[in-house]
Structures are given as C-alpha cells and as structure tokens.
Design a protein around this ligand. Structure first.
Ligand SMILES: C[S@@+](CC[C@H](N)C(=O)[O-])C[C@H]1O[C@@H](n2cnc3c(N)ncnc32)[C@H](O)[C@@H]1O
Length: 259
C-alpha cells in the first residue's frame, strides 16, 4: 500500500537523518543560499529546511500538503530561527508571487502526476532570475545495481515487482527539462548527485532504519514478511560484520532559473 503522508504514524518518517556534507557542498556549488529567501516545497520532516538555515539562508519556509509532516518538520527545526511552515499544495502553495529567491523541491516530483502545474507554481512564486532546484530520481537512477553503498539498488533485485512500481512513478530527465522550459524556467544544468544518505555504525542500525521504513516510501509496498526477507538479503550482500556502512543514493538534480 502506498505511503500515506497524512497518517500520524508517519509523522517522523522524514526526520530521522541530517543533511550530509555531500548535499551541502553540491548546493554550495550550484546556488548561493546565503541571505536568500527560500521555499522548501514538499519539505517533509524539515531535514533540508534546517540545513538551508544552517547554510546561511535569510529565511526558509517549509511547505507541505500534510499537517503531520509539518509537525515533524517543526520538531526538526525547533531550535532554529528564520524558519516558518505553511500547509500548502505544490500545485497551489498560497505563497505570494515573485517573492522567493530560491525554490527547492527535493524528493517531491515522483509523488506528482502534473509536473506542468507544479513547475508553473514554482515559477509564479520565484523572483525573476530566481533559482529552482529539483532533486529526484529518474528511472535510470532507480535501476542502478545494488552495491555496498547503493543499498537501495538491492531492493528491486530481491523484489523485481518494485522495478515496475519505480518506473511508473519516476519522471524521465528529458520530461523534467522540457516541462521546465515550457513553464518559463531555463535549465542551466542537470547532473547526477551521489548523496551520502546516512553512515550507520553497524548493520543493526541500518536494519532498524529499514524495519521502520524511515524515509523510504518504497518500503511501504512490501509486507512486513517481505521486508524481513529483504533485510536478510541485504545483510548477506553487504557482509559488513561490525563495519560502518556508508549509504549513498543516486539522484538527478535539475537547476533552472526563472527567465
Ligand atoms: C519523499 S518526501 C521528501 C521530504 C523532504 N523534501 C526530504 O527530501 O527529506 C515527499 C514530501 O512531499 C510531500 N508532498 C507530496 N505531494 C505533495 C503535494 N502535492 N504538495 C505538497 N507536498 C506534497 C509529502 O507530504 C512528503 O512530505
């Protein structure tokens, strides 16, 4: 069953990590967030909202259509200043037009059917010359083979039906680029990012994260029994003993500017 973002039991699912330096450094190389007003749309548990404030943004507004996700985000950012939250839809955020320097949409667009409506709204709220950063996985990113770092790649190896599930919900890179261009957003670059998702001190830590399905909507497609089978499969594949495990995810980033 697909993840229900509005279920209180999932409130903390996107709060359990911090943004790694691999993410912060790609952002620094792509856009200057210092002293900027930023909208983090589909902010989930606020991991990246918080990172943007830490990186020097003047103000970040986290927008999400789920009041439960926003409660998680508020808890992640409870010690931060210059942050606020708004319940709103990516298709119609309720934010004013032409007021935002940067819009970030991380891990959002594979949950959306209507990319045109989403990008049109991002363009509406951006100032002219403002930056739009989209980070998501393409079908190709999802089909990369499993390895000691790409743990996610092992999921469809064990349960091939997940390939169809991923392909059905993921947008192709060309489709994203073309949708940007026809909604007033000029693509400046698109590239692959290997983001360190988490460093686990041992397999038990990873096992616990997988068992809780934390921040991994795809695991909501597996039954509890299948999830345990998957964990056993990954344990054999990693053969990590008590070694730390460095998990890295492959993403595509599209950086665009409001024309
Ligand atoms: C995979 S999570 C990503 C969370 C966060 N951006 C991150 O990278 O950790 C996707 C988030 O998008 C939100 N979402 C999904 N569809 C949405 C929509 N139409 N409008 C606003 N938020 C949406 C969900 O509630 C969820 O919090």
């Amino acid at each position: 069953m697909p993840i229900n973002f509005h279920d209180a039991r999932n409130r903390m699912t996107y709060t359990t990590r911090t943004a790694d330096e691999s993410w912060r450094s790609f952002m620094r190389e792509t856009v200057d967030v210092r002293n900027k007003r930023i909208a983090d749309i589909g902010c989930g548990g606020g991991i990246y909202t918080k990172a943007l404030i830490e990186m020097g943004a003047a103000h970040v507004i986290g927008v999400d259509f789920s009041s439960e996700m926003l409660k998680g985000a508020a808890s992640t950012c409870k010690d931060m200043q210059d942050v606020s939250f708004l319940q709103g839809n990516a298709y119609e955020t309720k934010l004013p037009a032409n007021m935002t320097d940067i819009v970030l949409e991380r891990g959002l667009i594979h949950h959306l059917d209507d990319l045109d409506a989403c990008f049109k709204e991002a363009c509406r709220i951006l100032k002219p010359g403002g930056d739009f950063i989209i980070q998501d996985r393409t079908p190709e990113d999802c089909l990369l083979p499993g390895s000691k770092h790409n743990i996610r790649g092992h999921f469809p190896e064990k349960f091939p039906r997940l390939i169809d599930f991923e392909i059905a919900r993921r947008h192709h890179s060309d489709q994203v680029s073309q949708t940007l261009e026809r909604n007033g957003l000029r693509l400046s670059k698109a590239f692959t990012l290997w983001e360190t998702r988490c460093i686990y001190t041992d397999f038990d830590e990873l096992e616990n994260e997988l068992l809780n399905r934390s921040g991994r909507s795809i695991l909501h497609e597996l039954t509890d029994t299948e999830l345990r089978e998957l964990i056993e499969y990954i344990k054999e594949k990693l053969d990590s003993g008590q070694e730390p495990i460095i998990e890295k995810d492959a993403w595509t980033v599209w950086a665009a500017v409001k024309a």
